[in-house]
Ligand binder design. Structure first.
Ligand code: PEP
Ligand code: MN
Length: 268
C-alpha cells in the first residue's frame, strides 16, 4: 500500500529531550478543580509534555456522560497558564475544531470512532484548512482493524495542510473477549511503520488495556517497538472518574510507570 503523506518529525513541534513524548491527563474533563488539580500533579512529576482531556466525548451508547462541552476549554486554558503544560483535546466536528483553535488548544486528536468515518474526518480536515491551522493533529486508529481507513484519515488531515501529524495506536475492537479492551494487533502498527516510516506513532495503552494492571506490559512493548510517544489517561482519583475509571492511573502511578520503563538511549 502506498501513501501520500508529507510529514514533519515530532521534533519539529515539540522538544522531548530525546525521550518519548508523554501525553497524560484524564479521560474526561469533569470539573475545573479535577482538571486543574490533576494538571498540577502531572506537571510536578516533570515527566509530562502535554495535558490531555476529553471535553466532547463520543460514547458508544446513549445516556452516559458525553463530556462537559465548551466550558472545558476555559479549564484547559487555566491548566496551561498555571502549569505550562501544552494542552490536547479530541475534536469530532467542524465546530469542535473552530472552538478548540479559538481557545488556543495546542494539539488536537481525532478519536477512533471518527477515524472510521471519512465524512467526519473530511469535515475536521476542511475546518482545519479553513482556519489555516498549523496545530499538530494526532489520528487514532479506527475502531476496526482497517489500515486503509487509518492511513486515509491521516491523508485527509495532511491534505488540509497539517504536516505535524502522528498516528495513535489505541487497539481494535474484536468480537472475541480477551484480556484487552481493544486488541493491540501489533502487526497493524508494524505495517503502518513499514508503509510510512517517517510517521510518528504514539501508543495509547489506556484504551488498549481497559484496566490499570496491564498498562505497564503494553507500554513497555510499545517502547520496545520504538513508538515515539505515549498517551496515558491519568486522573487525580481514578476510582471516582466519570469515564474509563478502571484504566486511569494517578499522576504518582504514572510517574512510577515512566520511571520503570526501559527506554533505549538515543545513539550518540
Ligand atoms: C479517549 O481518548 O478518551 C477516547 C474516547 O478514545 P478512543 O477514541 O480511542 O476510544
Ligand atoms: Mn478514555
Amino acid at each position: 500500500m502506498k501513501h501520500s503523506l508529507d510529514i514533519l518529525p515530532l521534533s519539529a513541534w515539540i522538544d522531548t529531550n530525546g525521550k518519548p513524548l508523554i501525553i497524560a491527563g484524564p479521560c474526561s474533563a469533569e470539573t475545573e478543580d479535577q482538571l486543574v488539580s490533576t494538571a498540577h500533579l502531572l506537571a510536578n512529576t516533570g515527566k509530562v509534555n502535554v495535558l490531555r482531556a476529553g471535553i466532547w466525548k463520543p460514547r458508544t451508547r446513549p445516556g452516559e456522560f458525553e463530556g462537559i462541552g465548551s466550558i472545558g476549554l476555559e479549564w484547559l486554558k487555566r491548566a496551561k497558564e498555571e502549569t505550562g503544560l501544552l494542552t490536547a483535546t479530541e475534536v469530532a466536528t467542524a465546530k469542535h475544531v473552530e472552538e478548540a483553535l479559538a481557545a488556543g488548544v495546542d494539539v488536537l486528536w481525532v478519536g477512533a470512532r471518527s477515524t472510521a468515518n471519512p465524512f467526519t474526518v473530511q469535515e475536521i480536515a476542511d475546518a482545519l484548512q479553513a482556519a489555516g491551522a498549523d496545530v499538530p493533529v494526532l489520528v487514532k486508529n479506527p475502531v476496526n482493524p482497517d489500515l486503509s481507513l487509518w492511513i486515509g484519515a491521516l491523508e485527509r488531515i495532511n491534505r488540509a495542510g497539517i504536516k505535524k501529524i502522528a498516528a495513535i495506536h489505541r487497539g481494535f475492537s474484536s468480537f472475541e473477549k480477551t484480556a484487552f479492551r481493544n486488541e493491540p494487533m501489533w502487526d497493524l502498527a508494524i505495517q503502518l511503520k513499514t508503509i510510512a516510516p517517517e510517521l510518528p506513532i504514539i501508543n495509547d495503552p489506556s484504551h488498549i488495556c481497559g484496566n490499570r494492571e496491564l498498562i505497564p506490559y503494553v507500554t513497555q512493548k510499545a517502547i520496545d517497538m520504538d513508538m515515539q510517544g505515549l498517551i496515558i489517561e491519568s486522573h487525580i482519583d481514578p476510582s471516582v472518574a466519570w469515564t474509563d475509571a478502571k484504566q486511569q492511573v494517578t499522576p504518582a502511578a504514572l510517574a512510577d510507570l515512566i520511571d520503570s520503563l526501559n527506554v533505549r538511549k538515543p545513539e550518540s
